[in-house]
Ligand binder design. Structure first.
Ligand SMILES: [Fe+2]
Ligand SMILES: [Fe+2]
Length: 182
């Protein structure tokens, strides 16, 4: 699996632009965390790209269908495990075990919060997003209410990082996404 193949796969099952954008942001964050933690950023990025592959077609069977789809597409067991584990306690009972899986678990929802926060800015630009304004939105329960803060905090514990640093790295990762595609 390389990035090109992952993109083809993603677009085979996802036509919704918002979902593709989400996949790209999660890819960016995963790549950034992998780099900072000296892991394989290409691989971590691919996991990010594919993590919600079933969501558009099977929102009610999220994660379960991903396993089926990815198996059918000949994707490796490791990658499938990583994808499914992001839904731990929500839509799967597969626990994140690897560092990569724990990072995905932590940053998935957070990218959504940061993206929503960036849209509140006059310039709507993630490049100028600051940790403290994201933190404020994080604490304001009414903002992007669908974003589960408890999961993010639990993830921070799993990866032994402070929330502020996780927010900072996630913003940096999201900046890696091509401006045309954001
Ligand atoms: Fe998901
Ligand atoms: Fe996601």
């Amino acid at each position: 699996m390389n990035r090109e193949k992952a993109m083809v796969l993603l677009k085979k099952y996802n036509k919704n632009e918002a979902l593709i954008k989400h996949a790209l942001f999660v890819e960016g964050a995963m790549k950034y965390f992998a780099d900072r933690k000296n892991h394989d950023s290409q691989y971590w990025g691919i996991v990010g790209l594919l993590h919600d592959i079933d969501y558009e077609l099977y929102p009610e069977e999220h994660c379960k269908k991903s396993e089926e789809i990815l198996k059918k597409e000949g994707v490796s067991e490791d990658l499938i495990h990583a994808v499914i584990s992001h839904g731990w306690k929500i839509c799967s009972d597969v626990e994140p075990k690897l560092e990569m899986e724990k990072v995905l678990y932590t940053i998935d929802e957070l990218t959504g919060l940061i993206y929503a926060a960036s849209l509140m800015r006059p310039d709507k630009d993630i490049n100028n997003m600051e940790v403290k304004s994201v933190k404020k939105k994080f604490k304001s329960k009414g903002f992007a209410a669908g974003v589960n803060r408890d999961i993010i905090l639990e993830g921070c514990k799993m990866i032994n990082m402070e929330i502020n640093e996780v927010i900072e790295w996630t913003i940096e990762g999201m900046k890696l996404v091509d401006t045309e595609e954001r």
